[in-house]
Design a protein. Structure first.
Length: 135
């Protein structure tokens, strides 16, 4: 989509932003947060059936932020913030998992010796404590 087309789409949407809450971004959702309005318009033109495009494009509108209840906007911001924190937490989980996998490999021999010492008469075969049932 050219800059001129983007400007026209935003003008049609009566807003100067490319993101925000919008009506009918998807056919089965009344209002939702849109991160890239012009890209969604381009996607509708590129991928949606020709017979649906006129209606989709006519109804898909960014909602002026000053028309929305502040609490509604705040709720969305809190949701975004929670996701950002979750993403950060998952990055920490991934890092810790990698460290743990590295430690398991590094200490496998030591752990095996400790197991033999502390777990006498153990049927553990390296995969299960029920080696006969497994076969
Ligand atoms: Zn054991």
């Amino acid at each position: 989509m050219s800059e001129q087309e983007k400007a026209e789409e935003l003008e049609r949407a009566s807003v100067d932003k490319n993101s925000g809450f919008a009506f009918h971004c998807h056919h089965d959702v009344l209002a939702e947060y849109v991160t890239d309005y012009t890209e969604r318009v381009a996607y509708i033109k590129r991928c949606k059936p020709k017979s649906e495009q006129e209606l989709r494009l006519r109804l898909f509108r960014l909602i002026p932020e000053d028309r929305l209840p502040p609490e509604y906007i705040k709720a969305r911001a809190e949701y975004d913030k929670a996701w950002a924190e979750a993403d950060k937490a998952w990055a920490e989980v991934d890092k810790a998992r990698a460290e743990y996998i590295k430690a398991r490999a590094e200490y496998a021999t030591q752990l095996g010796a400790l197991h033999r010492e502390l777990c006498p008469n153990c049927p553990w075969d390296g995969k299960t404590i029920f080696p006969m049932e497994d076969k």
